[in-house]
Design a protein. Structure first.
Length: 109
């Protein structure tokens, strides 16, 4: 059974999806700004390349992995696995990024 029964409901959902993406789209420039502050000039090109590669790898492997998880265990588990991956990423960033260095470089500390 589809979630939207009319064309206009589908258009509204797509509009909301597009607005949500426009809010999340500054992630890559923000990541690049963080890389620019934390990495030496000599290493910047390599780290920018790794950052972009990780972003595009996630964009291509995310739907594939989500589909495999949904096919194997059901749609609910896609959200559980996504939440777990995002939480692990939060913990990793929290412990690996030196807040004091970022604040000092930005002039806020």
């Amino acid at each position: 059974m589809p979630w939207q029964r009319t064309l206009w409901a589908m258009v509204a959902i797509q509009f909301i999806n597009t607005m949500a993406f426009s809010v999340l789209s500054p992630i890559m420039p923000t990541a690049n700004a963080l890389v620019g502050r934390l990495v030496t000039r000599a290493e910047r090109g390599t780290v920018y390349g790794i950052t972009a590669s990780a972003m595009f790898l996630g964009n291509s492997m995310g739907p594939l992995t989500g589909g495999a998880v949904a096919a194997a265990w059901g749609l609910r588990w896609v959200f559980v696995v996504t939440a777990a991956v995002l939480f692990l990423n939060l913990v990793w960033v929290y412990y690996s990024v030196d807040d004091k260095r970022v604040l000092d470089e930005a002039g806020g500390g």
